[in-house]
Design a protein around this ligand. Structure first.
Ligand SMILES: [Zn+2]
Length: 394
């Protein structure tokens, strides 16, 4: 399979380090609110990649985290009169409710940052010993300059990224927090580094390496995570192990709403559960797969309604295919469709193409083409259900 690796900037053949076995890490949500459609896009597209690789015979170790240590969680918890981790646990449950509704397969391991504090402290102490980190007051910073700089994902950091201001005195403009002192009413743990809490980037490195080993095959997340999150993760891991941290970095693009990125911070968002009051989970899934994961996708009610119509026509095709049976053999015409379907997935997960093929096949089978032999077509719809994860209600 060809897959677009952000690290190199083009499509590469995917070959796992251990034959037949894939180690994958997905950056999960910060759990202080319900998931919106942008989240759904991230997890559904990864779900299809995983389903496709598993259907191709690969075993899959999928680790996904929940960021449950974050200032936004503390702020929401104060409002709700809950302890921060209790609030986080509530939204973890809501995450599962949404993802189960969308037919997203569960990860092998779900890791919560709060369960990895000793590991994170250990990593920070290691980096201090290696002089890849330094203390400034009660904060520990990663020393980007001494650790060898950035460049894993963002090649021209000086030119493309503005400094992110952090509290404390830093040696270099891009240095970032590994451990910060905890104030009153903040999440904090006692540790040899002082009472405090970890930085976000350290959390993901700790959870990834603990569960997957030092070298991952796949690291997946939204494009907004490329910098600073993933660039910083890569810098930490490189300083820590000296080994390749991630072999294939994969990033999905955004869902737009009236031309701008859907996100919590802009208030421009639609929650999954609100869409599911008006539309079927299959239609939402189909809509989010209607373009390749690296392209932007514009959300609107009309597009969702269009997805409902596409779904209906594909379901009609799936029912018609039942009359032709599964074969033992596929007819030539069905073989051609099947070949195109799998070629599209093989080419960097071109899910939009697979859906267009299914629509065309369905149109042909329900009267668009007369006199063709569609024996075995049911197998293509079987693949649509098992790989694209769209239930066709047969
Ligand atoms: Zn992460």
């Amino acid at each position: 399979m060809q897959i677009f690796n952000t690290k190199v900037g083009w499509k590469e053949e995917f070959i796992p380090q251990q034959p037949g076995f894939v180690r994958a890490y997905v950056c999960g949500p910060t759990v202080y609110d319900y998931c919106h459609i942008g989240h759904a896009r991230t997890y559904i597209n990864f779900d299809v990649l995983k389903r496709y690789m598993m259907a191709s015979g690969l075993e899959f170790l999928h680790v996904q985290n929940f960021t449950d240590v974050d200032d936004k969680i503390t702020a929401r918890a104060v409002e709700a009169g809950l302890a921060p981790l209790a609030l986080a646990d509530r939204f973890i449950e809501e995450y599962f409710r949404d993802m189960d509704a969308l037919n997203v397969k569960r990860a092998t391991v779900y890791a919560k940052a709060s369960d990895y504090i000793p590991k994170i402290v250990g990593i920070t102490e290691d980096l201090l010993k290696k002089e890849a980190a330094y203390r400034s007051g009660n904060t520990v910073f990663f020393d980007v300059g001494r650790a060898g700089g950035f460049g894993e994902l963002v090649k021209d950091i000086e030119g493309s990224v503005k400094d992110r201001l952090e509290k404390g005195t830093k040696r270099g403009p891009f240095d970032f927090v590994l451990w910060r002192q905890g104030g009153e009413n903040e999440q904090a743990w006692e540790s040899p580094l002082g009472r405090g809490r970890p930085g976000w980037h350290t959390e993901c490195v700790a959870m990834a390496i603990t569960n997957l080993g030092e070298t991952l095959d796949i690291h997946w997340g939204g494009m907004d995570l490329i910098y600073p999150h993933h660039e910083c993760e890569a810098a930490i891991a490189k300083a820590l192990t000296g080994k390749t941290f991630v072999r294939y970095w994969l990033h999905n693009n955004f869902v737009l709403m009236t031309g701008k990125k859907m996100s919590k911070s802009t208030g421009r968002l639609v929650y999954i559960r609100d869409v599911l009051k008006r539309h079927s989970p299959e239609a939402l899934r189909l809509f989010l797969l209607s373009k390749n994961y690296r392209e932007q996708i514009e959300y609107s009610e009309e597009r969702l309604a269009g997805a409902e119509r596409s779904l209906e026509s594909i379901m009609g095709g799936a029912r018609a295919a039942m009359d032709w049976g599964r074969g033992p053999e596929m007819s030539d015409c069905v073989k051609e469709y099947s070949g195109m379907f799998f070629n599209a997935l093989d080419d960097d997960l071109e899910t939009g193409q697979t859906l267009a093929l299914l629509e065309r096949l369905s149109w042909e089978m329900t009267g668009g083409s007369k006199g063709k032999d569609f024996t075995g077509a049911a197998k293509i719809y079987d693949a649509a259900e098992s790989i694209l994860g769209i239930r066709l209600g047969r």
